[in-house]
Each structure stands twice: as structure tokens, then as C-alpha cells.
Design a protein around this ligand. Structure first.
Ligand code: GAL
Ligand code: MG
Length: 971
């Protein structure tokens, strides 16, 4: 492994991607058949369509912690799918006399290679390249044959037990390249923020019996703003090497040093890169080899409990990212990678943890270029057998190999600021061995490893060998702030995983960031995770509903859009391919849908990362602050968004990072001041909002009602339910929501079900008519948590314009046993035909009580269908928080306007809670013609209990009395 990047002109490459001959064997020792299928490389055989000659039928399988089979380390099952890939290639005649290298980007998990029938090597890390010197086996100017055998399960599988789909195949590009026999073996660059540049070159030769010729030299050139800067070797290099030359595969070394004046340091905000070319010359001065890289000058340092980049304590707004694609399984293109990162940038992320293995190298080129702080993680996760393996000397070499090869490959990327020893592998001697190698090899970067941070009692203050960062996963706000305030914190605290994004989630993200930004020692974390790992699956059969094969890389591009699959497809999760054992939909836990459509949690993150902050001073002025670390505000434009509609100009002042200034308010004095901040290309960056005066629209607009109408008695049916032209189903009490993934996986939904909250029985107690109004008392019985008393007092109203409406005042009394219910509110269903919702409240996106920083309060409009969020497993979704009033309308139908007594959680969807709870996949949902409308007096927070803390106590709904009221008028 090395970090040499050769331009094609110096070292021509022969790409070997495309169609290969292929056979999938049931086991490595099974005989080959006489005929071959065809398959694409790179590609996973688990998702591609090919002629399965041996009937192996190896489909994707998803497990989290558990291994896919019961054998103990290092044993593997007898059934062991093995792909044999073969192809012919014409080697250019000019390659004669050159060193020829076969490069396989990644194969999972064991790779063996033969070249023209000669075995050339073996490799085991599924997420790093294998390179094999095939010079002796190759026949330039002739047709050659390469065969790659990829065995799916091996001893190495036990340390690749990451929580993701299991695949088999060659997942990154394959190529051959040729170099001069005398060649650069490696290039190691150190470039600090003050312009110090040092390049260590190692040189090897395979020619002349391995004797390094005397007189060879190296040179370097750095492209700077003021032209090319030649960099000289720091010693008489040729002499030094001759002196130490010896027979056989000699390794020579050289170092180039320079002090580069006036460098622009690299940071995630200003990712300044410089082109560096280093060259190796023959004794006669002609070019022997060349490596070109884009480098960045930056410092990473830990000072006390702060992680400093270029001396600045930067916030780490990170996400965990796997190599994933809904069609290919694991093969990603540079375009995919760029799209991932561009999306993350647009939503305020500045950091990526390459969970849980080194990524495609193209990703790191892009994180350098676009500006992301990267935690580069070694491909080690032994989750199910973590304890045994961490100290098992049989795995020692694999640990040090995986960590060292990652560092050897990736060391020159300025974006990598931290190395990670892997994930969820307990902690043992093998980790210390790997950390020891890494510390010596690269003293410029800190190391992190979550498994090492706790002592036996779970404390975070033990002395550290293997981690320089306190990088817990899913620690609560209370736990991180308590530690930061304890006086016992010794390292920067950056959570390696937090805010589990499964389904409708990421509740209390705002509270996390409030804590991080106000507590010294806390610096951020990496949300779990970027993708929902839903594989696109065909639905077959007569009814078009039978689970079929993965749609695969050749699928119709129209098979999905905006997070939703087209008819005939669905997003598959664990178990959907008949895979056992499996861990269900636990792989669908990202901030984007499988097609990279952002979920509402992304908008929440964007707002929390706002580079521009607003604050109301005690004098009533608006203060704006530049909340970035390195940049000014010149890349941003802002406008005031007026409540009445339209915009007013806003000038962002010239502010250095951290600086603030007072800015004038828009000429129209409104209750809310909302600043819409965009980047030069118009991309929304944030919409900070201030409440300038109390919002009197919070109050129910009874002023509109001139009085109580006594024209006719309010119609009720025999059960005391309101009869009204809007309702297909009358307003009743609702105390249940379709469980979110957090509710389910956190065990909360189970309690609700045990209490029978999903099926409360309504019993009319009394109907009392008094002076035109009617009071309807009902009881809702639960299974074992007692009875909920619910009263509706309905009053007929007449407005000044003569329009009649209703005031509905409701009270619910929850018995003591109901300590944690999902909601208390009203539900009704409308007559068909209502298609549009206008509302005043948080929007336009989906918001919940503990996830509502994203969408400022204002007037919004959406089609009813678009309000719904199609989480992979259907669940409570589509809510809008703090709604004051809303109107439902549809072509040719009498709509309605509803005003609420206070900002309330409202949802308008095409699904009953029971519809959502009953469906396991989005495509199973059948939209109703009605709108199902929920007005909640209280709605439980979302939290992140599927993996990590539940919501905070203040977002829970317990026993007691709840009052809410609303008016209903024709639209
Ligand atoms: C973490 C783990 C991740 C993933 C996550 C749950 O413990 O590191 O790989 O399993 O939990 O989605
Ligand atoms: Mg795991």
C-alpha cells in the first residue's frame, strides 16, 4: 500500500472494468463448469442479474451485530459463495521491460489472483485495494488472462461484522498499470498551516537484479499563487543512496523540504489545495516516475480538551457514511460520492466519519476539495465476537495490517484529521499494537477508538493508549455535559455516533447543539447515519406484490424519485430477500432516503449549523453574528422574509468569524423577523428567526365570532358524535400514534399496545344541551391503564359576515397509569376531495415538538399528499408543529378553516394511524380519499430511542388534565 498517484502520461493504466466471465460457485473448492456467465466489474454478484450456473442464489443479507452464520472464529460455513472472475486483455507491447501492477480496488472478502495461470497473490481487507506485481507472469504484446477468485466468508469476516448488508463481489475499479522498474514506492507529505512542507519519498527498483543505480535524483514542484515553486532535496541524494545500495528490491529514501511563503491554510470552510508534483529522475536526468497530489497546509492539535484545526477549536458537525447505493449495493462512482458530499455541504455538515472502513479513495479527494473534516476508520469491526478477538493473537496481524494500510494509503489527505482504529470491537492488545504503529508512523494526527474510552465502571477519565478523543456513541446530553463540567475531562469530546436517524427521528438535536455550543470541552459529533440502506427490490407475481430480486444496477432510472419507489418496486430491508437471520429495518436509519432524497432531519441540521445567527438585544435591536471559524460572510446573501408575503432587502455586514453587529430591521414591523440566507448560487443556507413581539394569533380568533348562534341545535348522532358536512368521521379523542421506529425499537410502542392505546373504546356518558351549546361527555377505556374522560363542548358561532361556524372546546383527563402517551388530541376524517393545506406555523417541512428548529413559523401551502414523509417502514409522519390555524381546500369541495387556541401539532394525511402501523413497507399503503386530520393538545417528542436516548422529559406526555379548543368555519 502506498500513496503514489501517477498521471496516466507517466504510467499508462489499462482499466479492466466492464464485463468479465463469471461463475458463482457454492464453495471455494467446488469445480468450475465448462461454461461461463457474464457479470459487470465492479459489481456485487448479490444484486446483479447473471446466469447462476451453479444455482447458488446468493442474495443480500442484512444483520447488525449477529454474524450471518453460527460458526465461531476463525471458522466459516461450508456453504461459502465464491465468485470466479476471468477476462482476457491485450497488454501493450511497449510495456515490455516495465514493472506491471494489477490493482483491485476492493473485493469482499478474500481475493486471490492469477495472471496467465500463475498465482500472484492474496488479499483480505474488503475495503482497501490489493496490488499485485505481475511483471514476471505478464506477456506484453500478447493476449493475457487474469482470474480473480473472491471467497465471501473467511476468518476476516469476523472482523468485518459491520452493521450493514452482506454482499459479495468486486466493489471498486480494477486496472493494470505499468511503471518504470525504478519507481516511487511511496510519497509522504507533511504540510503545516505556516507553510512548512516536507515530502518523504521512498524509491524501489525491480530492475538490474535489484541494485539501485547510482546517480538518480528527485525533484518537486508546488503550484502556488505566485507561480511554480521548485523544491529541492535536502541532501545530495544520489550519493546517499549509492552508499546504502544493496542487492534485491532496495528501498531508498529522500526528503524534499520547503518553506512556502504566504500559504492559505486548508480548512473545511476554506479548502485551499495546492498541486504538488514530485519526480524521480534517471541518472541522465530523464523522468523515471512521477506522483501528483493536491495537498493542503493545515495543523491538527489537541490542547487540553480542545481539538484544534489551525489553532481554532472547530465544531464537528459530522455524519457517518457507508459506501452504499440502492442499485449496486456497495459500488459507488465518483459522481455518487460528489453528490453525497454536495448534499451534506448544503445541509451544514462539515465532517464525515468513514464508518466503518476506509472509503473509496475518490471520496477523500473530494473531501479535500469540498472541505470536510474526516475521521478515517480502519476496516475492523468484530462486533459479535468482539471480546475474544480484541486479544486474540491470531488476529493481531490483521489489526495492524488494516490500520497501517489505511494510513499508508490515506496519509496525504489534508481532510483527514483523525484516524480511527475501527468500530465496536471491544478493546484489547490488538488495538494497542495498531495504535502503537500508527503513533510512530504518523505523529501529526490524533487517534480515536470508541471501544477504548471507558474503564470497567464505564467512566470516561481513564488514561488512554488507544484514543486521543473521547468519542462515545449515543451518550445523552446529560452525560456529556456532566462529564464536561466534572473537572475530570481530559480529552476533546466528539461523539463518534449520536442522534440515530432511523425513520422519523433526530428529536432533541437542537438541545444537543445548544449543549455543545455552550459547554467547553464539547465539540460535536457524527450523526448516525447518512443513508437509509434500502435496496431497490422488484415486486413480481400476478398481483405485483411478491418480493423479487434486487432491481440491480441496470434498473430503470424512473424506478424511484423523491424517496419513493415506483409501482412494481420497493425499498428492501433485512428479511425482504428471504435472508435469515436478519435485523429487519434497522439498516434504514439515515438522514437521506435510499435515493439520497433528504429527510426532514436534514433541514433541522442545516438550521442548527447556521453560519449566521440572530439575536434580539435587550434594547430590541437585531444582532447578527458570524458563527463560522474561518470565513467571512461574503459568500452569503440575505433577505428579510415578510409575513405578509414578499421580501425586504437585508445587508449582511462585513463580519470576521465570531464577530457580530447590529443590523436594521425591515421597514415593516412584524411579529416575526425571518432572515433567509442563501449562498451565491441561491442555495438556502439557513433561515434564522426572531420573535419580536408576542404572537397574538396564538389565540383563537374569537373576535371573528360576533356571538352564539341559536338558529338550530347542533346536530349529533346517536353516539353523541358531531354531524357536519366536513366530516366523514366525526372528531374524537386520539391518544395514539403510529409507532415511529424510535417508539418500536425503543420498546415504547409495546407499552402503548399493552395499555390498549391503539384501540381505546369510546362510550358515550352524557349529552347535555344548554343555551344553544352542547356538552358531550365520553369515556375511553384502555386495556389496563384505566379510563380517559373526554368532554367536548360545542358552541355554534356566527361571524360578522354572517358565516356560521363552531367552537369546540375539549378536555381530556388521563389517569395516573398513563405516564407516557404519544398524543392527546382530536382526530377526524374529512369528506373526499380536499387536496390542499394552507397553514400558519412551522413549515414548510415536517416538524415535531423536539425537532422544529428547521422550519421557521410562517404561512405555508402544500398539497395534502406532499405533506407526508414516506419513511421506509410507515410510521407517524407528516406533522407540522406550532400550527395556529389552517385551511383545507379542494376543487369543487367546500373547504374549512380551523383556528387553534394555541400553537398545536397538526397533521393532515391520507392515512389513519392504524393504516400506517399495519404496513411494513411504504408501497403497502393505500391512500384514503379522506384527509385524516389530527389536532394535538400535546404530542410526544421523537427522541432517538431506536439507538440511544429517548426524548427529554419535557417532551413526554403524562397523566392529568388537557384542555384545547378550536373553531371551524367554512373556508
Ligand atoms: C452503532 C454502530 C453502527 C450502527 C448503529 C446503529 O452502535 O456503530 O454501526 O450499528 O449503532 O444503527
Ligand atoms: Mg456493530
Amino acid at each position: 500500500m502506498h500513496a503514489v498517484i501517477r498521471p496516466d502520461t507517466v504510467s499508462p493504466a489499462l482499466p479492466l472494468d466492464g464485463s468479465w466471465r463469471f461463475q458463482l460457485l457454492p464453495a471455494p473448492e467446488a469445480p468450475l463448469a465448462g461454461r461461463w456467465a457474464e457479470i459487470d466489474v465492479p459489481g456485487c454478484w448479490t444484486v446483479q442479474d447473471f446466469d447462476d450456473i451453479h444455482g447458488v442464489n446468493d442474495l443480500p443479507q442484512y444483520t447488525n451485530i449477529q454474524m450471518p452464520w453460527p460458526e465461531l472464529p476463525p471458522r466459516v460455513p461450508a456453504a461459502n459463495p465464491t465468485g470466479v472472475f476471468e477476462r482476457d486483455l491485450d497488454l501493450p507491447a511497449e510495456w515490455a521491460g516495465r514493472r506491471i501492477v494489477l490493482h483491485i480496488g476492493a473485493a469482499e472478502s478474500v481475493l486471490t489472483a492469477t495472471f496467465n495461470g500463475t498465482p500472484v497473490g492474496i488479499g483480505k481487507d474488503s475495503h482497501l485495494a490489493g496490488e499485485f506485481d505481475v511483471t514476471d507472469a505478464a506477456r506484453p504484446g500478447e493476449r493475457n488472462t487474469v482470474r480473480l477468485t473472491v471467497v465471501k466468508w473467511s476468518d476476516a469476516t469476523f472482523i468485518e461484522d459491520q452493521d450493514q448488508w452482506w454482499h459479495g463481489g468486486i466493489t471498486r475499479p480494477v486496472r493494470l498499470y505499468a511503471t518504470n522498474p525504478l519507481h516511487l514506492a511511496d510519497v509522504q507529505i507533511t504540510a503545516d498551516a505556516s507553510g512548512g512542507l516536507s515530502v518523504a519519498l521512498s524509491v524501489r527498483t525491480t530492475a538490474d537484479g535489484g541494485i539501485l543505480p547510482s546517480g538518480w535524483t528527485v525533484s518537486g514542484v508546488l503550484e502556488t499563487a505566485s507561480g511554480p515553486l521548485e523544491i529541492a532535496a535536502d541532501q545530495d541524494f544520489a550519493d546517499a543512496c549509492t552508499a546504502s545500495g544493496r542487492v534485491s528490491d532496495f528501498l531508498g529514501e529522500a526528503r524534499l523540504n520547503a518553506a512556502v511563503p504566504a500559504v492559505q491554510p486548508w480548512s473545511a470552510e476554506i479548502p485551499a489545495l495546492y498541486d504538488l508534483t514530485v519526480r524521480l529522475h534517471h541518472p541522465d536526468g530523464t523522468l523515471a516516475d512521477e506522483s501528483r497530489q493536491r495537498i493542503g497546509f493545515r495543523d491538527v492539535k489537541i490542547a487540553g480538551t480542545d481539538l484544534l484545526v489551525n489553532g481554532v477549536r472547530v465544531y464537528i458537525r459530522g455524519v457517518n457514511r457507508h459506501d452504499f447505493h440502492p442499485l449496486t449495493g456497495r459500488v459507488v462512482t465518483p459522481d455518487d460520492l460528489r453528490a453525497d458530499l454536495n448534499l451534506l455541504k448544503a445541509y451544514g455538515f462539515n465532517a464525515v466519519r468513514t464508518s466503518h472502513y476506509p472509503p473509496d479513495p475518490a471520496l477523500l479527494g473530494l473531501t479535500d476539495e469540498l472541505g470536510f473534516y474526516v475521521v478515517d476508520e480502519a476496516d475492523i469491526e468484530s462486533h459479535e465476537h468482539a471480546h475474544e478477538i480484541a486479544d486474540d493473537p491470531r488476529y493481531l496481524a490483521a489489526f495492524t495490517d488494516r490500520v497501517s494500510r489505511m494510513a499508508l494509503r490515506d496519509k496525504n489527505h489534508p481532510s483527514i484529521i483523525i484516524w480511527s482504529l475501527g468500530n465496536e470491537s471491544d478493546y484489547g492488545a490488538n488495538h494497542d499494537a495498531a495504535a502503537g504503529w500508527l503513533r510512530r508512523y504518523d505523529p501529526t494526527r490524533p487517534i480515536q477508538y470508541e471501544g477504548a474510552i471507558k474503564d470497567d465502571e464505564g467512566h470516561w477519565d481513564k488514561p488512554q493508549t488507544a484514543s486521543d478523543i473521547l468519542c462515545p456513541m449515543y451518550a445523552s446530553i446529560e452525560a456529556i455535559t456532566a462529564h464536561a463540567r466534572s473537572g475530570r475531562q481530559t480529552m476533546p469530546l466528539i461523539q463518534c455516533e449520536y442522534s440515530h436517524a432511523m425513520g422519523n427521528s433526530n428529536g432533541t438535536l437542537a438541545e444537543y447543539w445548544q449543549a455543545i455550543e455552550s459547554t467547553p470541552g464539547l465539540q460535536g459529533g457524527f450523526i448516525w447515519e447518512f443513508w437509509d440502506h434500502g435496496i431497490l427490490q422488484r415486486l413480481d407475481g400476478k398481483d405485483g406484490k411478491a418480493p423479487g430480486r434486487p432491481a440491480g444496477p441496470a434498473a430503470d432510472p424512473a424506478a424511484y424519485a423523491d424517496g419513493v419507489t415506483a409501482p412494481g418496486y420497493r425499498w428492501a430491508y433485512g428479511g425482504d430477500f428471504g435472508d435469515t437471520p436478519n435485523d429487519g429495518n434497522f439498516c434504514a436509519d439515515g438522514v437521506v432516503f435510499p435515493d439520497r432524497t433528504p429527510k426532514p432531519a436534514m433541514a433541522e441540521h442545516r438550521e442548527l449549523a447556521a453560519p449566521v445567527r440572530l439575536e434580539l438585544t435587550p434594547e430590541g435591536e437585531v444582532r447578527v453574528t458570524n458563527h463560522q471559524h474561518f470565513r467571512d460572510l461574503s459568500w452569503l446573501t440575505a433577505q428579510w422574509r415578510l409575513e405578509a408575503g414578499g421580501t425586504a432587502p437585508a445587508d449582511l455586514p462585513d463580519l470576521a468569524p465570531g464577530a457580530s453587529a447590529v443590523i436594521p430591521l425591515p421597514p415593516v414591523a412584524e411579529a416575526l423577523a425571518t432572515l433567509r440566507v442563501t449562498s451565491a448560487d441561491g442555495t438556502l443556507v439557513c433561515t434564522p428567526q426572531l420573535t419580536l413581539r408576542p404572537d397574538d394569533r396564538d389565540l383563537l380568533t374569537r373576535a371573528d365570532a360576533v356571538g352564539i348562534s341559536s338558529v338550530s341545535p347542533i346536530p349529533l348522532d346517536d353516539d353523541g358524535l358531531l354531524v357536519h358536512p366536513l366530516f366523514a368521521s366525526a372528531p374524537t379523542l386520539s391518544v395514539w400514534r403510529a409507532p415511529t421506529d424510535n417508539d418500536r425499537w425503543g420498546g415504547i410502542a409495546e407499552r402503548w399496545q399493552a395499555q390498549g392505546l391503539d384501540a381505546v373504546q369510546r362510550k358515550l356518558v352524557s349529552v347535555e344541551r344548554r343555551a344553544g351549546r352542547v356538552a358531550v361527555l365520553a369515556e375511553y377505556t384502555t386495556d389496563c391503564a384505566g379510563t380517559i374522560r373526554h368532554e367536548q363542548v360545542i358552541t355554534p358561532l356566527v361571524r360578522a359576515d354572517g358565516l356560521s361556524g363552531l367552537l369546540i372546546e375539549e378536555t381530556a383527563v388521563l389517569p395516573d397509569a398513563l405516564t407516557d402517551v404519544p398524543r392527546v388530541g382530536t382526530v377526524f376524517e374529512t369528506v373526499p376531495g380536499l387536496t390542499t393545506l394552507d397553514w400558519y406555523g412551522h413549515g414548510p417541512g415536517e416538524t415535531y415538538p423536539d425537532r422544529r428548529a428547521s422550519d421557521p413559523v410562517g404561512h405555508h401551502r402544500s398539497s395534502v399528499d406532499a405533506l407526508f414523509t414516506p419513511y421506509l417502514r410507515p410510521q407517524e409522519s407528516g406533522g407540522r408543529n406550532a400550527v395556529r390555524h389552517f385551511a383545507l381546500a379542494g376543487p369543487g369541495v367546500a373547504g374549512a378553516t380551523i383556528h387553534l387556541d394555541a400553537p398545536r401539532q397538526v397533521s393532515v394525511t391520507r392515512y389513519r394511524a392504524a393504516d400506517l402501523a399495519a404496513a411494513a413497507h411504504h408501497d403497502e399503503l393505500v391512500p384514503r380519499a379522506a384527509c385524516v386530520v389530527h389536532l394535538d393538545a400535546a404530542h410526544r417528542g421523537l427522541g432517538t430511542a431506536s439507538c440511544g436516548p429517548d426524548t427529554l422529559p419535557r417532551y413526554l406526555i403524562g397523566p392529568g388534565t388537557y384542555h384545547w379548543s378550536w373553531t371551524l368555519f367554512p373556508a
